[in-house]
Design a protein around this ligand. Structure first.
Ligand code: CAA
Length: 270
């Protein structure tokens, strides 16, 4: 089940397509498409990304999503022209991060394929994704300090959890650009690849995930993310419940039976 109209719909700020993975689940490819504005993330654009990811969650034929930009920019931040005017009360009631909260709760894995600038909200969007494949020439950073503000889409939290206090402080307080290699050293980037390979590698990683049983993939993602907001005891209990839950899936029966019978499993994704 699941409506696939979201794959052929035309959006104002993004391009969306389904990448067929021959016999296994498809990858949903989302390309941020505001090249004249360095792919700046306005509220409408974030709403479109959230809409597609939610639809992909409900699509039984989709296993994983990839978000990318273009060679010059993944995204150079939240759209400054959209937030330059409002005062604090106005921006508070605008709920500019509502779609970010929706994306945070997406169940299927999301990979960011990054080339060029991933700054401010762009960097935060990559960190909101589950994995990042980055071109060796990509430039990350949280330059909000140069605008008189601070990261507002999770940057101070996600960067600090990975990089530690001292490095997060330096990056956020100076607003300098950060290389892919540094992001990789801090555990934020999964893989750094040659400049012409970032999308191909991200799509190949997505394909490998699409070949796995989807319910287990989604519960593994949920369990890993749980580790960011709980104690080790609660996290282990949560993981254990998800482990037990998977014992009611057809794929658990099939996976273990196939191992014992020395054959390849045939996943039903249920
Ligand atoms: N918002 C709106 N427009 C942006 C933008 C942004 N974040 N980043 C770039 N643009 C626009 C520019 O205004 C310019 O538009 P015009 O042609 O109409 O003038 C166009 O994109 C091309 O940009 P540049 O001419 O600046 O390109 P460049 O190659 O000289 O520089 C850059 C590239 C270093 C990325 C530079 O554009 C830049 O510094 N951008 C802003 C980065 C930034 O401060 N990001 C943080 C945003 S605030 C935020 O994200 C808040 C949050 O945490 C939630």
């Amino acid at each position: 089940m699941g409506d696939r109209a979201y794959l052929s719909k035309s959006y104002k700020n993004i391009l969306v397509s389904g990448v067929s993975n021959e016999g296994i689940l498809d990858t949903v490819l989302i390309q941020i498409n505001r090249p004249d504005a360095m792919n700046a993330l306005n509220i409408e654009l974030m709403g479109e990304i959230a809409e597609v990811l939610k639809a992909a969650d409900k699509d039984d034929k989709a296993g994983c999503s990839v978000i990318t930009g273009n060679e010059k920019a993944f995204a150079a931040g939240v759209d400054i022209k959209e937030i330059a005017g409002p005062d604090s009360v106005e921006i508070y009631f605008r709920e500019m991060f509502a779609s970010w909260d929706v994306i945070r709760l997406v169940k299927k894995p999301i990979i960011a394929a990054v080339s060029g600038y991933a700054l401010g909200g762009g960097c935060e969007l990559t960190m909101l994704c589950d994995m990042i494949v980055a071109s060796e020439t990509a430039k990350f950073g949280q330059p909000e300090i140069n605008l008189g503000v601070i990261p507002g889409a999770g940057g101070t939290q996600r960067l600090t959890r990975a990089a530690g206090k001292a490095r997060a402080m330096e990056i956020v307080l100076t607003g300098r650009m950060v290389t892919s290699a540094e992001m990789h050293d801090m555990g934020l980037v999964t893989k750094v690849v040659p400049a012409n390979k970032y999308l191909e590698e991200a799509i190949s990683l997505a394909k490998s995930i699409c070949s796995k049983p989807s319910v287990a993939v989604q519960l593994a993602k949920e369990s890993i993310l749980k580790s960011f907001d709980t104690t080790i005891e609660t996290g282990i209990e949560f993981e254990r419940k998800n482990f037990y839950l998977l014992f009611s899936t057809e794929d658990k029966m099939e996976g273990m039976k196939a191992f014992i019978e020395k054959r390849k499993p045939e996943w039903k994704n249920k």
